[in-house]
Design a binder for this molecule. Structure first.
Ligand SMILES: Nc1ncnc2c1ncn2[C@@H]1O[C@H](COP(=O)(O)OP(=O)(O)OP(=O)(O)O)[C@@H](O)[C@H]1O
Ligand SMILES: [Mg+2]
Length: 1007
């Protein structure tokens, strides 16, 4: 190994002139790192474009990938500097390497800590519960309501709300470094963030090492997801070219490097910026025996330090986030000695002092090299000393999730299995308290792994193995790992004795039943519930038994085995009443109610659901309140009793408001009901705020409503965007309630665009998927009816082309689809019957039969149901058929009705179709809106936008809320409001609201 010729002090960034310490006299290295930023112009341009997007409220996402030392962090630094220069707020946090990512939210906490310390007003602007949720992860933030326990969803929401709040003032650039080490809560948040962003002024930039990502690395799925986000940019950072390397060397040496030097460093470093720096810093100017690897080059520099400085490095290698106090305690160095050592390591550019008084390695790779270089015994010693020091802090009252997780990490790294077991369980507890279930799960799995290697583990942690298994199962469940959840439940069952603890075992079996159901293993799932029932049935009724029976009722109902469902529901009801368990009773009533109604015993079902709702309200079971309102309204709507449905749903929302809760599903249902009832403005106003982060089935539901509204208006482009997004989210769905509308809407969109093949494919796929998993006749009818319409178009087109084969195929498919609707209508209720009337009329159209009476029947059926949109469609077709039959008066009458309804709805595409027909067929149509409405339409000369704003003002919305709802800046909202006040000639919002109400301009209230 060559002898270093440069002392560390000569490597400081001062500008001391060369002193001839070099044998061969090249320019002396005056600094470690090039002050000049080299190359990367393409990447910077890309990043700055993303920043501009963010400033214009198009949130953006940039991922920078590259090998270690290539220059990711430096590039980010450059971007942050520029962003700061532009006045953006910069938040930066690093992920830390702790083996399995046990520090929940580490980089986000890092990014926000500075703001928190400075008491940024954005924290105060958050609603109390959100502030409480943030307090759970940012210790020290005043915790008002929520306390230290907060669900992951509320932490996510709180973080999003904070970023939103911060972005109100100026653009926010959030930088997260080294994503390959991210904890799973952080990964979860980033995925949530990419799904929830809509018009925040936010840019996220993240780096990761491409060479760290093995095939099953947990970051891969997230990267895949982020990469699919249209707002994301992916940057691959290559090593420097030879020219760039020369420029870097020039920057470091403060002089032009000799071509031979460039050549030598290039040959060894291959353009890796860090490697090049280290080769120079090791005093090697690239001559002589070069360190063969980057690691060797790094180690060489560490070896040049004094023993005290190396001692400090050893501690820092084991614990990345270390403060001065802890360092002094564990290293045993005297204060002066310690400071000297730190100074030396900083001067040598191996450590950097961080803003909060701690120290860290200048480069993560340096830390890894030092850690890898420790002897096994040494490593054990360091980790166990650190573990004890942290334990002492915990004993003194520091109980943050971070400290406990770190202690567990050290015990494990030190190989102290019993201490590790205790620490892991305690750290899991801390993680559970902030709902970081994936971390808790990992820690508990580790504790389970340590169990056999420890003497008397039960005494040590004070629980049985079965308890620990169940706790791990809970964490697995909560973090969405269904397969592992099931396996852990099974292991726990193996240890529990059904003779001794039948109720306990039955409860575990119930959970097993639910997860097996979700994993689509229905038969097994029913077996499980029967096993549980057999355990409890010989005994006195209990709430466990009631819950089992309720679950069985639900299962049978979902399988469309109504008789059994109702039977089990009855039994559940009896048991839950006898033991006085209101929750079980509400569940039983709910399951029974839905079963009865789907079995066409609508009134009995409605009665049961009403009872469930009353019971839930009396007993304060808020979730059952929303669920029963939704079910009840749904059933009424399907039974053609839409007015009642709307009433129930509105009452439910009123309840939600009183309880200060958000009933998102109910709000979406109101949007659906209003849409069907023909008040599309109210439907839009009923939509819950888009700024909230929805996921899973709620997100699908939200999208379905938006698609329906866009298609209704005729905003096909918007519908396509939403449909594409929904299709991605519905990939694995087995729920007809989403598959059916998505399939039918896709078919309608493609039909309008003239893409018959795509429309047919959508129909076939939806039918396939629905019929595979259910017997939901109403939904099958919805899709099949959309299919007949597609075929009717296709058949007409084929006839125009004189393409007989094409026509024949379309007619055949049309008949098959109509048959399906017919089968569904046999037992499907009034809505499906109306569906059938439409399908039969479409079939006639497909077959080239002119039968206006069929269209008239269909229109009347929908009018009877109070659903003007499909009725208007049918009137249009009726007019078309009558015109073809030369009944011009009849045609004009039907067209007039269609046009009037389409205008009233605001269905642009249908208005255009009817007007087109009228002009082709020279029909005289007015399609006028009734006088009072036409006058109402614009009494003050308000624009459509202003009317929307006014409706919200009338509902008491603030400018901020208006901005949120209508996707405009708060300022824009305030401009609209002042203009409205001027047009209405009033002075206050209250007066404006009064005028709006008086003139029927108030629209629907905020939900
Ligand atoms: N464009 C550049 N101009 C000048 N110096 C650079 C440039 N890119 C990187 N460097 C220097 O090279 C060294 C390594 O770069 P950096 O720390 O950014 O690598 P990295 O890709 O973040 O590595 P890791 O994955 O290990 O974190 C740093 O000292 C940095 O200052
Ligand atoms: Mg880096």
């Amino acid at each position: 190994m060559p002898t270093p010729t440069l002392s560390p002090s000569m490597l400081t960034s001062g500008n001391s002139p060369a002193t001839g310490a070099w044998d061969h006299g090249p320019p002396m290295a005056t600094r470690m790192t090039s002050a000049r930023f080299v190359g990367r112009s393409g990447q910077l341009a890309e990043l700055e474009a993303a920043l501009r997007d963010a400033a214009e409220r198009r949130p953006s996402l940039a991922l920078i990938a590259g090998e270690s030392g290539v220059g990711k962090s430096r590039l980010v630094q450059e971007l942050l500097d520029r962003a700061r220069g532009d006045g953006a707020l910069v938040l930066a946090g690093d992920c830390v390497d702790l083996g399995e990512g046990e520090l929940p939210y580490a980089p986000l906490i890092g990014a926000l800590r500075g703001l928190q310390r400075d008491g940024h007003p954005a924290f105060d602007a958050l609603p109390v519960p959100l502030r409480g949720a943030l307090g759970a992860i940012l210790p020290g933030l005043e915790q008002d309501a929520a306390g230290p326990d907060a669900s992951q969803a509320s932490v996510f929401e709180a973080l999003l709300a904070l970023l939103e709040e911060l972005g109100d003032e100026r653009s926010v650039l959030l930088a997260i470094e080294d994503l390959h080490w991210a904890d799973s809560s952080t990964r979860g948040f980033l995925s949530f963030l990419s799904r929830s962003l809509c018009d925040e002024r936010l840019m996220l930039v993240a780096t990761y090492r491409s060479d760290e990502l093995h095939r099953r690395h947990p970051l891969r799925p997230l990267l895949g997801e982020l990469a699919r986000d249209p707002a994301s940019r992916l940057l691959d950072l290559p090593p420097f070219t030879r020219e760039e390397l020369a420029e870097q060397l020039e920057g470091i040496l403060a002089g032009t490097p000799e071509p031979a030097l460039v050549e030598r460093v290039w040959a060894r470093s291959e353009g890796n910026a860090l490697f090049a720096e280290e080769i120079l810093a090791a005093g090697l100017d690239g001559r002589g025996r070069l360190p063969p690897t980057l690691r060797d080059a790094l180690m060489l520099r560490v070896e040049q330090l004094s023993p005290a400085a190396r001692e400090v490095l050893r501690w820092l290698a084991c614990q990345t986030t270390i403060d001065h106090e802890l360092l002094a305690e564990v290293s045993g160095l005297e204060d002066g000695e310690l400071l000297d050592a730190l100074r030396e390591a900083v001067a040598a550019h191996i450590l950097v002092a961080s803003a909060d008084g701690g120290y860290a390695f200048r480069h993560a790779l340096l830390r890894e090299v030092v850690h890898d270089d420790l002897l096994p015994g040494e490593r054990t010693e360091l980790h166990s000393v650190l573990a004890r020091a942290l334990e002492k802090r915990i004993a003194d009252g520091a109980i943050g999730a971070h400290i406990t997780a770190q202690a567990a990490h050290h015990w494990m790294a030190a190989g102290y299995q019993s201490a590790a077991l205790g620490a892991a369980v305690r750290a899991a507890g801390a993680a559970e308290r902030v709902d970081a279930y994936a971390e808790a799960h990992a820690l508990l799995e580790r504790a389970l792994g340590l169990w056999q290697h420890v003497d008397n583990p039960e005494a040590l942690i004070g629980t049985t193995r079965a308890e620990l298994l169940l706790r791990a199962a809970d964490a697995a469940d909560a973090s969405g790992d269904g397969a592992r959840f099931e396996a852990l439940l099974r292991s726990a069952l193996d240890l529990l004795d059904p003779e001794r603890e039948p109720r306990r075992v039955a409860t575990v079996l119930l959970r097993l039943h639910y997860i097996q159901w979700e994993l689509n293993r229905q038969d097994e799932s029913i077996e499980t519930i029967d096993r549980a029932l057999a355990l409890l049935e010989p005994f006195e009724p209990t709430s466990e038994l009631a819950a089992l029976l309720g679950a069985k009722a639900r299962a049978r109902m979902l399988q469309a085995r109504y008789r059994e469902a109702i039977e089990a529901g009855r039994e559940a009801l009896e048991v839950s009443r006898s033991v006085g368990d209101a929750a079980a009773e509400a569940q039983a009533l709910g399951a029974m109610g839905v079963a009865l109604a789907t079995a066409r015993r609508v009134d009995d079902g409605i009665a049961a659901l009403r009872e469930a709702h009353a019971l839930a309200r009396e007993s304060g079971l808020v979730n059952y309140m929303e669920r029963s309102s939704v079910n009840l309204a749904d059933i009424l709507h399907l039974a053609g009793r839409s007015d009642e449905a709307l009433e129930i749903a509105r009452e439910g929302l009123e309840e939600a408001r009183e309880l200060e809760r958000r009933f998102t599903w109910l709000a979406l249902l109101v949007a659906e009901l209003e849409f069907d009832a023909g008040d599309w403005r109210a439907a839009v106003a009923a939509m819950p705020s888009e700024r909230r982060g929805y996921w899973g089935t709620t997100l699908l539901n939200f999208r379905v409503r938006r698609i329906e509204q866009a298609l209704g208006r005729g905003d096909d482009a918007q519908a396509r965007v939403e449909l594409d997004a929904a299709a991605r989210a519905a990939l694995d769905s087995t729920e007809p309630q989403f598959l059916a509308p998505l399939g039918a809407h896709r078919a309608e969109l493609e039909r309008r665009a003239g893409n018959a093949a795509a429309a047919r494919a959508a129909i076939d796929e939806a039918l396939d998927r629905i019929e595979f998993c259910s017997e939901d006749v109403a939904r099958i009818a919805q899709v099949a009816a959309a299919g007949v319409r597609v075929e009717a178009d296709e058949a007409e087109r084929a006839r125009d082309r004189r393409d007989e084969a094409g026509e024949g195929a379309a007619r055949e498919r049309a008949a098959a689809m109509a048959d399906r609707v017919q089968m569904a209508a046999y037992d499907g209720g009034p809505v499906v019957e109306a569906q059938l009337a439409l399908a039969q009329a479409e079939l006639a159209r497909a077959e080239g039969r002119r039968e206006p009476a069929l269209w008239e029947t269909a229109a009347a059926a929908w009018e009877d149901l109070g659903r003007p949109y499909p009725a208007a469609y049918a009137r249009w077709r009726e007019a078309e058929t009558l015109a073809a039959a030369r009944d011009r008066d009849g045609a004009a009458r039907a067209a007039d009705a269609a046009l009037e309804a389409a205008r009233r709805l605001g269905s642009g595409w249908l208005v255009a179709e009817v007007e087109g027909l009228a002009s082709r067929a020279r029909l005289r149509v007015e399609g006028a809106l009734p006088a009072e409405q036409a006058a109402d339409e614009d009494p003050f000369g308000l624009t459509a936008r202003e009317r929307e704003v006014l409706a919200l003002v009338a509902a008491g919305a603030t400018n901020r809320e208006i901005g949120e709802r209508l996707h405009m800046a708060e300022k824009t909202a305030s401009v609209h409001v002042s203009r409205i006040l001027a047009k209405l000639d009033v002075r206050s919002r209250t007066e404006a609201a009064a005028v709006a109400h008086r003139h029927g301009l108030a629209g629907a209230a905020l939900t």
